[in-house]
Design a protein around this ligand. Structure first.
Ligand SMILES: [Cu+2]
Length: 172
């Protein structure tokens, strides 16, 4: 058995190499381990709204279930994980602890129902054509940097009709 001892400098070099890899710009199939992001989009801000919605399509090619446990972005105060559903004919959003990404499955976030990322306290309105860098953390320890493209609502994957009475100032 060989025991390798790295100098501090070597260790730092390796760490930054890993970071560079993890922070590579979003490509079509960028991922943390077995998870690939195939779509990364955000809605443009409605004038006056402080919050915004982000949507990812994640494919878990692995054999292990995973979950998104946290997200962050420099464009806003903090990012919450939300789910949206119809309750008594009213569309409601609520914060969730995690967003599941089951083994062998595709998780598609879309406006109008199910999961999304919620950008709380936007520093500036999101405009079509901009990109929103988001760091996603997984339960299994992986982390990835994703660039969400701000696109018109009808360009966002699997868009669903939006009732007029959504929470958060009609952001979604
Ligand atoms: Cu929300």
């Amino acid at each position: 058995m060989t025991i390798r001892v790295f100098t501090r400098r070597q260790a730092l070099a390796m760490t930054s190499a890993v970071l560079m890899f993890a922070c590579a710009p979003a490509a079509l199939a960028q991922g943390a381990g077995a998870i690939a992001v195939t779509q990364a989009q955000a809605l443009p801000s409605i004038p006056g709204a402080r919050n915004g919605g982000g949507f990812l399509t994640l494919v878990n090619h692995g054999k292990t279930d995973d979950k998104i446990v946290a997200a962050s972005s420099p464009v806003c105060g903090h990012v919450e994980l939300h789910t949206m559903s119809m309750e008594n004919n009213v569309m409601r959003m609520r914060e969730v602890e995690t967003i599941p990404v089951p083994a062998g499955k595709t998780l598609r976030m879309q406006p109008g129902s199910g999961y999304h990322l919620m950008f709380m306290d936007l520093k500036a309105p999101l405009k079509v054509g901009e990109t929103v860098p988001v760091t996603i953390k997984f339960a299994t320890g992986g982390q990835m940097e994703v660039q969400l493209k701000v696109e018109p609502r009808d360009k966002i994957a699997g868009d669903a009709p939006m009732p007029g009475n959504a929470m958060h100032g009609g952001m979604h």
